[in-house]
Design a protein around this ligand. Structure first.
Ligand SMILES: N[C@@H](CCC(=O)N[C@@H](CS)C(=O)NCC(=O)O)C(=O)O
Length: 222
């Protein structure tokens, strides 16, 4: 039985969605975030040294990193589903978006989230807080926001070519990309095309079933 080590309201939700799409039985082990730091509990480090979610175990295998988990599950249980045929242009798009989601799209969004929390940190002396706030505002305006805007424009442009990130059908690339698109939606920065895309994927029965097994899914925002 596959066990998904699932951190509440996190990237891990995508793995539950994929397993529902594949119809593979799984068990969810749910971990709650520390209410102050929002970090994962130490118990996750017993499963994988970094202690970040998602992690799955499948028999004697332990697999971390969403992209690696998605590739493993589709290769092992997909029977050709959710991946374009080898050697096609769609397969290349699939590979690109599968790696891009965590490799390029998420870093500026995570950076913005972390920077936004620094000025509010209780351990920061009160006289530093205005400086920290100014620093955050400066970095956000000159660097992070333009980067995030360029990423969102790239996603939007891709969806003018086809309804999904790697062609006419839903693939693992959409499952990876759902999280950056949802994170941008939670920050209110989506285009109408991306909003319509989210509505389409959210309406899938497998997505809805995964929400039931994963529990409340409210993303952190800056
Ligand atoms: N690139 C990794 C990121 C893993 C990651 O940062 N997971 C977050 C969940 S959204 C986490 O575990 N955060 C809690 C922590 O860092 O303690 C992946 O996609 O698996």
């Amino acid at each position: 039985m596959i066990i998904v080590h699932h951190l509440a309201a996190s990237r891990s939700q995508r793995v539950l969605w994929l397993l529902e799409e594949l119809g593979v039985p799984y068990e969810v082990k749910r971990y709650e975030r520390d209410p102050k730091t929002m970090l994962a509990p130490p118990a996750l480090r017993a499963i994988h040294p970094l202690g970040k979610s998602p992690i799955i175990t499948d028999g004697d295998k332990t697999i971390a990193e969403t992209g690696a988990i998605v590739e493993y599950l589709i290769d092992t249980y997909g029977n050709g589903r959710l991946v374009p045929a080898a050697g096609t242009p769609e397969k290349l798009r699939y590979t690109y978006w599968l790696h891009y989601a965590e490799g390029s799209a998420m870093p500026p969004m995570v950076m913005k989230l972390i920077f936004s929390r620094i000025p509010k940190a209780p351990e920061l002396p009160f006289f530093i807080k205005p400086i920290a706030r100014q620093l955050f505002a400066g970095v956000t305006k000159s660097f992070l926001d333009p980067q995030i805007k360029a990423h969102i424009a790239l996603w939007d442009a891709e969806l003018t070519k086809s309804p999904y990130f790697a062609g006419d059908e839903l693939t693992g690339a959409d499952i990876l990309m759902s999280f950056p698109v949802e994170a941008a939606a939670a920050r209110g920065t989506l285009t109408p095309r991306l909003t319509a895309y989210l509505t389409t994927i959210h309406a899938r029965p497998a997505y809805q079933a995964a929400l039931k097994t994963g529990g409340p899914y409210q993303l952190l925002t800056p």
